[in-house]
Design a protein around this ligand. Structure first.
Ligand code: ADP
Ligand code: MG
Length: 264
């Protein structure tokens, strides 16, 4: 049996982490892989399209106290994908990183979900100054990362900063995913960016209204529009996630070079 993959998805807020993570999870599950999605973002919306509704967060349950069973925190979504939401601290109080650690320790006490799957996908806040960024890596939970960006300056800037963080923590980057915002020359920009990081662009996901149409219905496109082109793109990306990766510590580029690239 191959070892469990522990993969984090990073990127600027709003760039499409949760959406991409849930579509990958759905595609992997359709392929017969057992998947756990760990929503670590305080927005706690990572798993809605898998379960079809918002699920209770571990932080809320833990703070409320009392007995907590596996069925209170681990929810089965599309094709059996297991889903948890860590939940977040109140804005201005506490640390998202601390929350993730407490939640995972707690999960391990009540459930074997972390150890009884083929893929654990962490949907992590991409804000590098937040403990939520490094906590899953520091605790040895995450062994590789993917970064999502578009060809626009701000998400690229965040992606480059994430690479600085990954490098400092010694965590390999498995690939850069371009989630298109239809910026001019976007594919070339993101390809060059990935190459200069000593990495590669593993997918170019077009901007597609089907994504939000399905999201409004509470499903992934894998479930809601299985024959669409975009579902095919997510399926291919899911195969890459389950395949062999070449571990490569990213080499961040200078801010000046980043500005040049995004003007291309
Ligand atoms: P994040 O988790 O990074 O904050 P989300 O996954 O919530 O971002 O995505 C933000 C919004 O962008 C969502 O409404 C989502 O449906 C939309 N979105 C993401 N990817 C695409 C895409 N390829 N085409 C169209 N809309 C997209
Ligand atoms: Mg999200």
């Amino acid at each position: 049996m191959s070892p469990i993959k522990h993969v984090a998805i990073y990127g600027k807020g709003g760039i499409g982490k949760s959406c991409t993570a849930s579509n990958i999870a759905a595609a992997c599950a359709e392929d017969g892989h057992r998947v756990l999605v760990v929503g670590c973002d305080p927005k706690s919306d990572s798993t809605i399209t898998l379960v079809g509704r918002r699920i209770p967060t571990m932080m809320d349950l833990i703070q409320r106290g009392g007995e907590i069973a596996e069925s209170d925190v681990v929810f089965k979504g599309y094709k059996g994908v297991r889903c948890i939401e860590v939940g977040g601290p109140e804005p201005g109080v506490g640390c998202a990183g601390r929350g993730i650690i407490v939640a995972i320790q707690f999960l391990r006490k009540v459930s074997t979900a972390m150890d009884d799957v083929d893929l654990v996908l962490y949907d992590v806040p991409g804000d590098i100054v937040c403990g939520g960024f490094s906590a899953p890596i520091r605790k040895g939970l995450v062994s590789q990362a993917y970064i999502i960006t578009s060809g626009e300056y701000m998400p690229l800037y965040a992606a480059n900063n994430i690479c600085r963080g990954l490098r400092r923590l010694g965590t390999p980057l498995a690939g850069v995913i371009c989630n298109s915002r239809e910026a001019q020359g976007e594919r070339e920009i993101v390809e060059s960016f990935a190459r200069e990081l000593d990495n590669r662009m593993v997918a170019f996901i077009p901007k597609d209204p089907l994504v939000q149409e399905c999201e409004r219905r509470g499903v992934t496109v894998i479930e809601g529009k299985p024959d669409s082109e975009i579902a095919g793109i997510y399926r291919k990306l899911a195969e890459a996630f389950m395949g062999e990766m070449v571990p490569r510590i990213p080499q961040p580029i200078s801010d000046e070079r980043l500005r040049e690239l995004s003007r291309a």
